[in-house]
Design a protein around this ligand. Structure first.
Ligand code: BES
Ligand code: ZN
Ligand code: ZN
Length: 499
């Protein structure tokens, strides 16, 4: 494995590079502290003249420093001791990973114990270190004719308490969460021609092998037989067949109700007859990120062997303009019998989710949680920092907030009320797929989805349109342009709270 936890002394290893951390002082004129005492002594001069400040995100590479067996020493700033969180560590480790890469080193040691000195929560920090490293290691270059050989970097995380069971388990959990996130990122980054609904389903089947997950895939004929008029209607304009992917995980007694995760798997959305503008349309290969992240969530839950029952449902299709494409004004019937007018064929995500949510309801779950790149309005409202979520269930809301704090992912609760529901009434059918009102496009989309969730079932909808990909340079462990794998870590935490 590229990243491991070693129970040894930094001084006993032989490695080209060493990563240590620095912390800034909370007293104004006091200098920074290097977390490794021996190096702190050796670096008195740069500490005194503030060449090393210990500020969060500071990265200083001391080339040819020659400490013990290490040729180079990398000093990464953590900020003030009392302000260090798991997210600080995730980011700092990612910055360290970049510095190792910049050196061209294939192997490095990382001094873990310095991070935790004043903090009791060593296991939480071990998890964050593992996540920071594994998330940083993701690169999508498989379609390049020349491969990037800098990919395989080994980092030994060195700690005197590495033998501690809880620290080991947490480190392992971090690796699983992040590698499943990387798996989902790849699904998102693949272009539409190489990640069709069929390929998405086949890739899920292959990934599930040996994990204990049961994957069932419905083809077009079965989808028709199952009365999934939304999914079928959206797929009408495409030469590619739709797929409905069912992923089952049983980690608890059969009597225990499952949590169902539902994902939008639009492998390409050109808008259909209500076609999108060309500029930026290539980004609509990412319209399956909700589905991809649900698949990643199920893989992580299975690999962590959580003691819960979980089902993942991914409705997958393209939205194109073939001769049989759904036309504006067409009426389709969803699985639960409700009819809807398609007044804008670009509002297709809600149509395929309608069937998936109806099916989820039939499973009589503890809760339903969906993820979808559903509306451009979400990007306007929250940009790429926060994922907006909608729920009318206060206990589920509390669980979501708790899970997001644990995962370090930013979420924001959005409004959903009967006003929004009213705006989605149809003229010729039960519902319209676009709102009759002004603005609040993300909330009215959520209100449409709500019509397919059984009464009394706690349900939350996560609109990841702004956070599913291209989250910019804010998160050093996340690529600027590609898929982010957002909400996988939060969903795993949320699943745990339903045990
Ligand atoms: N996949 C898009 C939403 C989207 C847009 C996600 C931009 C990320 C970035 C979705 O299918 C869509 O096109 N929604 C429409 C709905 C509208 C027609 C009511 C939108 O948001 O414009
Ligand atoms: Zn669309
Ligand atoms: Zn879409």
């Amino acid at each position: 494995m590229a990243f491991n936890l070693l129970n040894t002394d930094i001084e006993t290893l032989t490695c080209p590079a060493l990563v240590v951390f620095s912390k800034s002082s909370s007293q104004k004129d006091k200098g920074a502290k290097i977390t490794h005492p021996e190096l702190h002594k050796k670096l008195q001069a740069p500490l005194a003249d503030k060449a090393i400040t210990g500020h969060h995100q500071e990265s200083i590479t001391l080339r040819e420093f020659a400490y013990q067996s290490y040729r180079h020493v990398i000093v990464i700033g953590l900020g003030k001791e009392n302000e260090i969180t798991h997210e600080t560590v995730r980011q700092s480790v990612a910055i360290a990973y970049e510095a190792i890469k910049a050196l061209g080193a294939k192997e490095a040691a990382l001094h873990f114990d310095g991070i935790t000195t004043a903090k009791k929560d060593a296991a939480g920090f071990a998890k964050a270190v593992a996540e920071g490293l594994m998330l940083s290691s993701y690169a999508f270059n498989e379609l390049m004719s020349k491969k990037d050989d800098a990919k395989e970097i080994s980092v030994h995380v060195v700690s005197k308490s590495a033998a501690d069971k809880s620290i080991k388990a947490a480190f392992g959990e971090g690796l699983v969460l992040a590698s499943c996130t990387n798996f989902s990122r790849r699904l998102g980054d693949m272009p539409g021609n190489l990640m069709t609904p069929t390929i998405l389903a086949d890739t899920t089947l292959a990934a599930a092998k040996g994990t204990g997950l049961k994957v069932t895939v419905w083809d077009k004929a079965r989808i028709k037989k199952e009365k999934m008029g939304g999914l079928l209607g959206v797929s009408n304009g495409s030469a590619q067949e739709p797929r409905f992917i069912i992923i089952e995980y049983k980690g608890a007694a059969a009597s225990k109700k499952p949590v169902v995760f539902v994902g939008k798997g639009l492998t390409f959305d050109c808008g259909g007859i209500s076609i999108k503008p060309s500029a930026g349309m290539e980004e609509m290969k990412f319209d399956m990120c909700g589905g991809a992240n649900v698949i990643g969530t199920l893989l992580a839950i299975a690999k962590l062997k959580l003691k819960i029952n979980v089902v993942g449902l991914v409705a997958s299709t393209e939205n194109l303009v073939g001769p049989a494409a759904t036309k504006p004004g067409d009426v389709h019937t969803a699985r639960n019998g409700k009819t809807f007018e398609v007044n804008n064929t670009d509002a297709e995500g809600r149509l395929i989710l309608a069937d998936a949510l109806s099916y989820a309801t039939e499973l009589e779950p503890q809760a339903i949680v969906d993820a979808a790149t559903l509306t451009g309005a979400m990007v306007v409202a929250l940009g790429n920092t926060h994922t907006g979520y909608f729920t009318r269930n206060s206990s589920l809301k509390t669980k979501i907030e708790k899970s997001a704090i644990e995962s370090g992912e930013c979420v924001w609760n959005m409004p959903l009320c009967d006003f929004h529901v009213k705006d989605m009434k149809g003229t010729y059918a039960d519902l319209s797929n676009i709102s009759s009102g002004k603005g609040a496009g993300s909330a009215t989309a959520a209100a449409f989805l709500e019509q397919f969730v059984g009464e009394g079932i706690p349900w939350a909808h996560f609109d990841i349109a702004g956070t599913g990909w291209a989250v910019g340079s804010r998160l050093p462990y996340c690529s600027k342009k590609g898929a982010s794998g957002v909400m996988i870590r939060t969903f795993v935490e949320l699943a745990k709270l339903h045990a």
